[in-house]
Design a protein around this ligand. Structure first.
Ligand code: BGC
Length: 479
């Protein structure tokens, strides 16, 4: 074989590998859309699991490694720092290299982080491992909403994108279950907390397999000029419509992509300011209403505020985890039936009212008899969050950015979420302490944010239900 034919052969192989990785195995091995959306949303499960697991594992790690309280606190929050960085850095890369490749990268980071966490030998290694996990969680939280929104048909985009939140809540529930299941069981001579943290390897491996099999987003492919594969992927995921309709959808995507600019941070600030403001605001409010004071710290609230023994307090959080998960199932059923803004306002009202009653009750009432009413009000508050702000915040960041800056826009939105999360997690226990362990104090502050979120939604958030991503893009550009 002469030199030129060898180079030609190598070029052909390279081209084939490029095509295969960009369109995914699914165009050859037909997968059904349930598989695609479930595996596409799997990053959410790891997000929920890795943020939820530490509530049970941290006291055990603290005593095993002989850590101070602030070191333990840092182990908890280091994942949030990593997430913020992961979310910010992934967007530009996903606009450049595609959603699919970076999902695979984040699965590898999940595997690495979980493995290192489970085998950590001391404080520093644990912090490093949690930061790597955070990078993965942040990356998945910025990638997945855009990926799901770009695959879904417009009539079902709300419900299908809500799968991400459903997976988050399922991951949280699994984490609570794993905390309970492994506690005090040092199987095969390995400490219980190592099993808790190591069990994340299973969903991480599933995400990796899923990532390899999933198709690339058709919108990303169009943006890169790969129309042939975009058509193939669209045909695969729109089995219920005919080829003419698929062609119509493709034409619409092509038309909008043709008008799109290059992308990048400067473009994001130039062409997508209203979307950016809506995304960052919605993500900050999603955290400042205090959801993670409940998800991460509920056992502590009941131990410190109402004198519960530790074992009972963990069961309270399992109960709340179930309410959260079941309410999110309801959210997937109603997401495409009601306008997103109405649902957000409904959620804000439910949260404001339950937090206000809870706060007043705990300030004026006799705290010793208020544990059960507080629990019930927290359940209402969770329900309000789970059918509205929980899913919709993530659905919206996948929808409202123009295609050319969708990855990077989602990154900014997601990073804002992690920043808000970090602030609440860092200060909640201090706030509780400042109010003499009266839960009314911090929850009153969260109630004020829930109230303020209403004018924010009315003024800055666009309605996206039932519109194609291209219609939303035109509307946002007009703004
Ligand atoms: C939030 C998480 C939270 C979870 C609770 C998500 O939408 O972003 O911070 O822990 O909901 O279900």
């Amino acid at each position: 074989m002469d030199k030129t034919s060898v180079t030609d052969t190598i070029d052909t192989i390279k081209e084939t590998v490029e095509q295969e990785t960009s369109r995914g195995f699914s165009t050859r091995w037909p997968l059904n859309s349930a598989f695609i959306f479930t595996f596409g949303a799997l990053g959410g499960m790891l997000f929920g699991f890795d943020t939820g697991i530490i509530s049970g594992a941290s006291p055990l790690i603290e005593s095993d490694f002989g850590l101070s309280v602030s070191q333990t606190g840092f182990i908890t929050s280091s994942v949030l720092i990593g997430s913020c960085v992961g979310a910010l850095s992934i967007g530009a890369l996903s606009d450049r290299f595609g959603r699919k490749k970076l999902l695979i990268v984040s699965a590898i980071l999940f595997l690495l982080g979980s493995g290192l966490c489970a085998t950590a030998t001391g404080f520093l290694m644990m912090v490093a491992a949690r930061i790597i996990l955070g990078l993965a969680v942040g990356a998945a939280s910025a990638l997945t909403p855009a990926y799901l929104a770009e695959l879904a048909p417009k009539e079902r985009r709300g419900s299908l994108s809500t799968l991400f939140q459903l997976m988050i809540t399922f991951g949280i529930l699994l984490a609570y279950a794993s905390n309970l299941g492994f506690l005090n069981h040092n199987l095969l001579g390995v400490r219980d907390w190592r099993w808790m943290l190591g069990s994340a390897l299973v969903p991480a491996a599933l995400l990796l397999i899923g990532g390899i099999m999933l198709p690339e987003s058709p919108r990303y492919l169009v943006n890169k000029g790969d129309i042939r594969n975009a058509f193939k992927v669209l045909t695969l995921i729109r089995k219920d419509v005919d080829q003419a309709q698929v062609q119509l959808e493709l034409d619409e995507i092509k038309e909008v992509a043709a008008q799109d600019t290059k992308g990048g941070v400067r473009e994001l600030f130039r062409i997508a300011r209203p979307a950016l403001l809506a995304a960052v605001g919605i993500m900050l409010f999603q955290q400042l209403v205090g959801i993670n004071s409940v998800i991460y710290f509920l056992p502590q609230v009941f131990i410190k505020g109402f004198g519960f023994p530790e074992g009972d307090a963990i069961w309270v959080s399992v109960g709340i985890g179930v309410v959260n998960f079941v309410s999110t199932i309801v959210a997937t059923l109603i997401m495409d039936k009601f306008p997103r803004k109405k649902l957000l306002i409904f959620g804000s009202v439910v949260m404001t009212v339950s937090l206000a009653i809870l706060a007043v009750m705990n300030f004026v009432g006799d705290v010793s008899v208020l544990a059960v009413p507080t629990m019930i009000l927290i359940a209402f508050y969770i329900l309000g969050f789970a059918v509205s702000w929980g899913p919709i915040a993530w659905v919206l960041i996948g929808e409202i950015f123009p295609l050319s800056v969708r990855g990077i826009g989602s990154s900014f939105g997601s990073a804002a979420n992690w920043l808000g999360n970090f602030i609440v997690s860092q200060f909640f226990l201090m706030l509780l302490d400042a109010f003499g362990n009266n839960v009314g104090g911090p929850f009153a502050i969260f109630g004020v944010f829930a109230l303020l979120s209403i004018p924010f939604v009315l003024r800055f958030v666009p309605e996206t239900k039932g519109k194609s991503l291209e219609e939303i893009e035109e509307e946002m550009t007009r703004r």
